[in-house]
Ligand binder design. Sequence first.
Ligand SMILES: NC(=O)c1ccc[n+]([C@@H]2O[C@H](COP(=O)([O-])OP(=O)(O)OC[C@H]3O[C@@H](n4cnc5c(N)ncnc54)[C@H](O)[C@@H]3O)[C@@H](O)[C@H]2O)c1
Ligand SMILES: *[C@@H]1O[C@H](CO)[C@@H](O)[C@H](O)[C@H]1NC(C)=O
Length: 308
Amino acid sequence: MNVQVFIEFLLYVGNVLFLLFVVVPYYWLKSLYHILNPSQPKSVKGEIVLITGTGHGIGKELALMYAANGATVVGWDINESNNEETMRHLKSLGFSLVYAYKCDVSNRKDVLEVAKKVLRDVGEVTILINNAGIMPTHSFLDHTPEEIDRIIRINVFAHFWTLEAFLPAMKKNNHGHVVCLSSMAGLLGLNNLVPYCASKYAVRGLMEGLEEEFRRIPNNRVHFTTICPFMVDTGLCKRPDIRFQYFNKVLKQSDVAKEIFKAQVTNQRLVKLPPEIGIIFTLIPFWPREALYYFRDTFTTELLSDLY
Ligand SMILES: NC(=O)c1ccc[n+]([C@@H]2O[C@H](COP(=O)([O-])OP(=O)(O)OC[C@H]3O[C@@H](n4cnc5c(N)ncnc54)[C@H](O)[C@@H]3O)[C@@H](O)[C@H]2O)c1
Ligand SMILES: *[C@@H]1O[C@H](CO)[C@@H](O)[C@H](O)[C@H]1NC(C)=O
């Protein structure tokens, strides 16, 4: 072994030991400290939040959550009447800074055009919540190619187009936040949800990559939050099959919106909902595969096919 290789060897081993026995424990303690002494949440007053899919479900609840906390809310949906209804409801509650736009988020041209209108009518978007999504549920070979294409365009490509429209201003102003709805199906492959899982893993990767790029910018103040919920009672999950329904409760959309809001204003990176099930999902990669099969077969939490 020549001297140079020996020095590299020492540096390598030294850094590995330093990482494992100093850096990791130090930051574990630090995160424990932050859990016990949470920092002041950000205010969203005066922020312009753009939420996709505000016509129904989680997006609709998020619109209410942000309006109630003083943000200007811009809601996009492909379903114009539902979206108008959401904004009428918010106005009837006394929130006047709310705007509805019809937009098909899977269509790049539509996204860029409507984004221009938003800039003109409302201003620069400072919080982007990519929430709109679809979830056809059946076995992989029952998915049509058109359906697979739609899933990827709405659940994945839409994120690229909205980021193209709104991220440059956030970067320029060094101020902004992007939130994305992944899913527990973005952490574990699931029966009857193959293309959906692929789409939810994809956006998790997209967000991790973005976070890593922005982390390198000195004093970066653009944040990224990925949300991975268990089943929510919006009707998106058409035929849930849950064995222990008291423990593995389908989440309430209003609770999910509250948790998403909390995660955003405290700059969380990845949030699994509910936290109890989230802990299991965090541990699963360390389990032997057969233990995972036992877990799945015993604590059934499945979606049955929506075709039969
Ligand atoms: N409901 C659940 O169990 C659950 C669980 C985990 C993750 N999620 C994710 O949360 C997000 C919201 O789900 P939800 O349950 O509120 O759904 P939802 O069906 O209740 O609402 C989705 C909204 O998005 C809109 N939308 C659909 N395609 C669109 C398009 N091309 N352009 C613009 N708008 C479009 C719909 O019109 C609808 O108003 C989705 O991304 C979903 O994958 C949901
Ligand atoms: C919008 O949603 C409502 C109810 O969910 C539905 O009746 C209506 O057909 C939808 N409109 C469009 C254009 O998809």
